[in-house]
Design a protein around this ligand. Structure first.
Ligand SMILES: *Cc1c(COP(=O)(O)O)cnc(C)c1O
Length: 409
């Protein structure tokens, strides 16, 4: 039996809603996108949400809005997808990679503290696998007097905030909770991904959640970013299509980052069933894996819950104790022979050619490398059934035992 890693859940309900959107006479950004934004704001508990064509677009838009540019530094974990760092490079700023916690794979707050300089403008925590970062500690850090005193604002927006901005890469973590607050309202701005492999998908898409403190008016910032995400045009396509309303202005050279109503129609179905159907199923799959694996001393199980937090169960990041990167690769090759798709989250960015050429060195990120070298992400998706879960576990056990034994002979 062949088991994929994370296929999207495409059922008749999704197909019907996409067809409805296509027949509605309005396929690009319009009423469905606006409704999806409203429902996401209600779901995450923030004043406003802006839908975009990807999380990457949202992260870049946030950095551009804050005026991040050449000479600035942005702190982020070495252990993330390239999107988090690439957008910093696009702005001409310097990504400052820091190491992660061994237990939850999230950015280490003490490492952040060590790397703050007068050039630091933004911290981008990544909620790895759906587990929220330690936002109380991160928010306390950026608000500490000694850290605020170091902050050098370059523009009016940075002046108004008066400190380093916390921009959460919440690509994995919609539905995750921290101290009874939902992801979206944990940082100044949070960006969710709706890419095809993510928990809640629109095929491609993203959303920015606004949670800026006073004196900011989150609705006004939302309006400014609607314009910035659509060429700096002061009227969107729907407003322009009204008879006689053809005139518009370009107030800045903006981007082309808008979400379409066809994709929003998928998101609306997904969001409506997310808490009572999608999340419980993902939790069930993760719990099942843990139950089947916990008796094996080589299996280092991921954490999904603690006193402060609960994950969105985006990944099942298993680690195998005391193996090398080569052995891990060998285990994955054996699992692949059984037609089961597993993955590694993530190859740390200092190991990627581009970032290596920029001078980053993986030997500076000991925990990141250790976690990477022993990590195997198991399949987690809505339609994964008990028989398939057992098959994954059996093939995994067999592969680990074969690889580990072969080396010890
Ligand atoms: C998927 C992902 C992104 C990018 O999301 P897109 O919607 O594809 O742009 C960013 N950060 C992390 C950690 C991701 O896994």
């Amino acid at each position: 039996m062949s088991i994929p890693f994370s296929p999207p859940r495409i059922d008749q309900k999704i197909i019907d809603e996409v067809v409805n959107a296509m027949k509605s006479g309005w396929i690009t950004t319009g009423p469905k996108t606006k409704l999806f934004e409203k429902e996401l704001a209600e779901y995450t508990g923030v004043p406003a949400v802006l839908c975009l064509n990807s999380a990457t677009a949202g992260l870049e838009l946030a950095l551009r809005w804050f005026g991040v540019q050449e000479g600035d530094e942005v702190i982020l974990p070495a252990y993330t997808y390239c999107a988090t760092a690439n957008v910093v490079v696009h702005c001409g700023a310097k990504p400052v990679f820091v190491d992660i916690n061994a237990d939850d794979f999230n950015i280490s707050v003490s490492e952040i503290a060590k790397h703050i300089t007068t050039k630091t403008k933004v911290i981008m925590p990544v909620d790895f696998g759906g587990m929220p970062c330690d936002y109380d500690a991160i928010n306390a850090l950026v608000n500490a007097h000694r850290v605020k005193d170091k902050f050098v604002p370059r523009n009016e927006i940075q002046h108004s905030l008066g400190r380093i901005m916390v921009l959460s890469d919440a690509a994995h973590s919609i539905g995750g909770k921290y101290q009874n607050n939902k992801v979206g309202g944990l940082a100044d701005l949070s960006v969710i991904s709706f890419h095809a492999v993510k928990n809640l998908t629109t095929a491609e898409g993203g959303a920015m959640c606004f949670n800026l403190p006073t004196p900011f008016d989150n609705h006004k910032v939302y309006n400014d970013l609607v314009i910035k995400s659509l060429h700096g045009q002061n009227k969107d396509a729907l407003a322009k299509v009204k008879p006689g309303a053809w005139k518009y202005d370009i107030v800045e050279p903006g981007y082309k980052y808008n979400m379409t109503d066809i994709l929003a129609s998928i998101g609306l179905v997904e969001l409506a069933r997310y808490d009572n159907d999608t999340l419980p199923k993902r939790k069930y799959v993760c719990d099942r894996y843990s139950k089947l694996l916990k008796e094996y001393s080589w299996a280092q199980l991921p954490i999904f819950e603690d006193i402060k937090r609960e994950s969105s169960y985006h990944l099942y990041p298993l680690r195998i104790v005391e193996i090398t990167e080569k052995q891990r690769d060998g285990i994955i090759a054996m699992i692949a022979e059984a037609e089961i798709a597993v993955n590694v989250h993530f190859i740390p960015l200092p190991m990627m050619s581009f970032y290596k050429q920029q001078g980053y060195d993986i030997s500076d990120y000991v925990v990141s490398y250790d976690n990477y070298s022993r990590e195997i992400s198991l399949p987690v998706f809505y339609d994964l059934n008990d028989r398939q879960i057992e098959e994954v576990v059996n093939v995994l056990i067999d592969s680990v035992e074969r690889v580990v034994n072969k080396v010890s002979i």
